[in-house]
Design a protein around this ligand. Structure first.
Ligand code: PRT
Ligand code: ZN
Length: 223
């Protein structure tokens, strides 16, 4: 990867983190000219551009050096580091951004007599986060079967493909609609600013320093 003189930030193209992420960057004084395909947005004032992608691709783009920073859910970042990220350059969560809050939680059928994590022993747990769930189960000393699903995790118990689930929860409405109850928290999540553990020492480093300073000002006002 050739050194670049402009900073490149990866953000979710279309989803829960898009509007609040763009709003935050705007408050940091960054404005962008949107290209027609909306994949690449050129920064107008400062030398900072945006790449709009699926959130799942963000950690990989930073690990490869294609982007210098990203805005992504902690759940996606940690899952990447625990699975694909093992061989890649280490990533650091530089700031918690205070939006996109949710939790990765274990939920069981409402009728289940659940008392403690011991009750998960030997069960099949459906999730899209096998890395995070596997780590948590190991920490708890529980042997359970992790069933990895790409989506629609909440219907797995009714379909009989799993006994319980481990999924993102915000209001709890989705769990209730699927006759499930939340019983354990695996990870507290929010949108985070992620970057490589070692920041570039070229012109981008100066811009990063400035951006962090502005960001801290904006985040302080929000608290
Ligand atoms: O297309 P792309 O891959 O980029 O988007 P995506 O569909 O993977 O992501 P998106 O936009 O749904 O979520 C992006 C990030 O927002 C997640 O990685 C989380 O960090 C964060 N976030 C915050 C959430 C939620 N809240 C949330 N409620 N992500 C997903 N949900 C889902 C959850 O999976 C479940 O289906 O909403 C449902 C639960 O919500 P409640 O309110 O019914 O509990
Ligand atoms: Zn995604």
């Amino acid at each position: 990867m050739n050194p670049r003189d402009r900073l490149r930030i990866a953000m979710q193209k279309s989803g829960r983190l898009t509007e609040p992420g763009l709003d935050l960057l705007k408050r940091c004084g960054l404005t962008f000219r949107q290209s027609r395909d909306r994949l690449f947005c050129f920064g107008e004032g400062e030398p900072v551009d945006l790449l709009l992608v699926r959130d799942d691709d963000i950690p990989g783009l930073i690990a490869q050096g294609v982007c210098d920073l990203g805005i992504v859910g902690r759940n996606v970042l940690v899952e990447f580091s625990l699975t694909q990220g093992r061989e890649a350059a280490p990533l650091t969560e530089w700031r918690g951004l205070g939006f996109g809050r949710c939790r990765l939680a274990i939920a069981v059928p409402q009728g289940m007599d659940y008392r403690s994590v011991r009750d998960l022993e030997g069960l099949r747990i459906a999730t899209s986060y096998p890395g995070l769930l596997g780590r948590w189960l190991a920490e708890q000393g529980i042997a359970a079967e992790v069933v990895t699903l790409a989506g629609s995790v909440e219907i797995a118990p009714r379909l009989g493909t799993a006994d319980v689930i481990c999924d993102l929860v915000q209001s709890g409405g989705t769990l209730a609609a699927n006759q499930l109850k939340e019983v354990e928290t695996v990870l507290e999540s929010e949108a985070v600013l992620v970057g490589p553990s070692t920041l570039p020492v070229d012109e981008r480093g100066d811009m990063l320093e400035l951006l962090f300073k502005r960001l801290d000002g904006v985040l302080q006002v929000r608290e």
